[in-house]
Design a protein around this ligand. Sequence first.
Ligand code: HEC
Length: 167
Amino acid sequence: MRNFASAGLYLMLALAGSSPALANASVAANGTVELRPGDADYVKLGQQIYLEQCASCHGVNLEGQAGWRDKMVDGMRLAPPHDKSGHTWHHPDELLYQLTKYGFAAMIGSDYKVSMPVYDGILTDREIIAALSYIKSTWPDDVRQIHDRINADYRLNKAMENRKSGS
Ligand code: HEC
C-alpha cells in the first residue's frame, strides 16, 4: 500500500515535470521553479544577465570574492563562488530562485545583513531563472547530476508535505 502510494506520487511528479504550463511559464502556478541548463536560449540570456548583474561580486568566471570562506566586510559575508567549489549547487532550484528574487533577509530573518541586492522588480522571473540556468550550465556533469537529485528530493518532500496538509 505504501509502495503503491509513493509510486503514484512519483508518477504525479513526473507528469508535473513535463506539464506544458511549466514549459511555457518561468514559474508554474503552484510555485514550482525549474532551471533550464540545457536550453540554449535561457543559457545565452542568462550569461548576459550574469555578466551585467552578478559577475561584479560573484566573478566573471564564477569564482567568487577572495576570502569568501572566512572574511567579513562591514559585518557582511563576501560573495561565494557559483562554480563547484562553492555551495550554490547544494540548494534546490526553488531556493536559489527565492534567494535571488526576495533576498536573504526575507528568507533567513529581517536583520540579516547582506550586500547582495534583492532582484524583485529589477529582473523578471525569466531573467532570474536564466541567470541561474547559466550558472548550472557551467557545472561539470557529476555536480549537475547531484543537483538534479537534490531537486528531485526537494520536490518529493514538498509534494508529501502538501499531501499531509491536504492542499
Ligand atoms: C553586491 C554583490 C552581489 C551581487 C551583485 C550579487 N550577489 Fe549573490 N551573493 C552575494 C553575497 C555577499 C552572498 C553571500 C551572502 C551570505 O551568505 O551572507 C551571495 C549569495 C548568493 C547566492 C547563495 C549562494 C549559496 O551558496 O548559498 C546565490 C544563489 C546568489 N548570490 C545569486 C546571485 C545572482 C543570480 C546574482 C545576479 C542576478 C547575484 N547573486 C548578484 C553578493 C552579491
